[in-house]
Ligand binder design. Structure first.
Ligand SMILES: [Zn+2]
Length: 266
């Protein structure tokens, strides 16, 4: 089986890569344990890659969210920590390597949960918006925020819709996404940069600031969106959504008119 390659991002933080369709998979090591942040699509033997990287260390597996490119490899592990807002198991998805195999046991994590890896502490920050169950993981020791798909990059939009194009309407509002961006901004100087799901560089706060500006411009009605060409599921109506692109920072947000605002109760 084709194996993962490794790239050291910071001392103790390793990017595992080798299958272009998968998200960036990170291993954050402490002296005692290793946190695996996302499992890709299960195409390669991740447990073997981790054993080669850090023989004998306890492994704690996390999903930043449950999109298939971040979680379809869960089946390779006995248990995965994720937010209770995560949707159905993506490792059951047809045509994925884990289809038909037992799913990993889910261990729920919530805001403020901390994990001591031995000299390194990770903290859970709830950041719904890209999906309802999105979390970031703050590496307090190395001062980076594992942001999943909260922060976009030049190779990936911030997809506001769940599982486009297979689900037509987002279950989280753009207002909710903005609150999560503001929450991360309010972490202040507790971290120096972002490690994201689709860019292997450490991104700076200019991405966060530009996404906040774009999101506010949409909510205030001053944005000038374009209509991207999104393929429709077979036999279904076209998905109507809009995109605004960042200025100076290669990022964008994609949204639907129906999901700008929080749903009113009652
Ligand atoms: Zn995603």
């Amino acid at each position: 089986m084709e194996q993962y390659q490794r790239k050291t991002i910071l001392p103790g933080i390793t990017l595992l890569y080798g299958f272009p369709e998968e998200c960036c998979i990170y291993a954050a090591e402490g002296e005692r344990a290793l946190a695996l942040i996302d499992t890709g699509m299960g195409k390669g033997d991740l447990p073997a890659a981790l054993e080669a990287l850090a023989p004998g260390k306890e492994i704690l597996v996390f999903n930043t969210h449950c999109h298939f490119d971040h979680s379809a490899g869960n089946f390779r592990f006995p248990a995965v920590r994720m937010h209770p807002g995560c949707g159905r198991d993506q490792d059951e998805t047809e045509a994925m390597p884990g289809a038909g195999r037992p799913c990993a046991r889910r261990i729920p994590v919530r805001e403020g949960d901390t994990f001591d890896l031995g000299g390194v502490t990770l903290e859970v920050i709830e950041t719904p918006g890209h999906t309802p169950g999105c979390i970031c993981l703050l590496d307090r020791t190395r001062r980076v925020l594992f942001a999943g798909d909260l922060i976009g990059s030049d190779v990936h939009n911030v997809w506001m819709l769940d599982h486009l194009p297979w689900v037509k309407f987002s279950t989280v509002s753009l207002e909710c996404y903005l609150r999560s961006l503001e929450k991360v901004e309010a972490l202040g100087d507790r971290f120096d940069g972002f490690l994201c799901g689709h860019d292997d560089r450490i991104l700076g706060r200019e991405y966060l600031r530009e996404l906040m500006r774009l999101t506010r411009s949409v909510l205030e009605g001053t944005a000038k969106p374009e209509r991207p060409d999104i393929p429709s599921p077979p036999g279904q109506d076209p998905v109507v959504c809009w995109r605004v692109r960042g200025e100076g920072v290669p990022t964008a947000i994609l949204y639907q008119e129906e999901s700008l605002h929080d749903k009113k109760r009652g």
